[in-house]
Design a protein around this ligand. Structure first.
Ligand code: HEM
Length: 131
């Protein structure tokens, strides 16, 4: 009789424990747990984006190869030169010839160490070229 009573108590305790474990697992899968991880993600994403430089691939910028949209890469950095095409004191063609491609050699060949062109170039910076 005593043994049966102990058996019943053990079953109730184990059953309760099992129920508690299953309930907590559900909560972390579908309830508070998932909400928590979503919150962490959304609060981290803007920080990460803000700290990370925008990166472009060759495929991204190779379509920006015209007067209407002119991007170029100089020293691994991407510049949107569109507003500069018609304003460049050295003529449109110098800029147009580097739209949609790497213009490092052209730019440095003409302007390396020149304060004005380098300062102007910096104003068109939009990100870095993906490695
Ligand atoms: C890519 C971005 C470029 C920027 C931001 C830029 C900027 C400038 C600036 C500010 C000037 C006037 C300089 C001054 O008044 O002292 C200038 C002039 C000139 N640029 Fe550029 N330039 C760029 C690309 C090029 C390229 C690729 C070439 C040719 C390979 C070129 C050839 C010239 C020439 C021939 C002049 C005329 C005056 C001079 O000899 O300095 N530029 N550029």
């Amino acid at each position: 009789m005593k043994n049966i009573l102990i058996g019943v108590i053990v079953i109730i305790v184990l059953g309760g424990l099992g129920f508690y474990i299953v309930k907590n697992k559900d909560a972390s899968n579908y309830g508070g747990g998932s909400l928590l991880s979503q919150n962490t993600e959304t609060s981290q994403t803007p920080t990460t984006t803000a700290l990370k430089e925008k990166t472009y691939t060759l495929a991204d910028f190779s379509t920006h190869n015209s007067k209407e949209s002119c991007w170029s890469v100089i020293n691994g950095k991407v510049y949107d030169l569109t507003p500069w095409v018609s304003k460049h004191p050295g003529g449109e063609s110098a800029i147009l010839s580097i739209c949609g491609k790497d213009g490092t050699d052209n730019f440095l060949g003409k302007h390396e160490g020149d304060e004005k062109p380098e300062a102007k170039l910096a104003t068109f910076y939009i990100g870095v070229l993906a490695q």
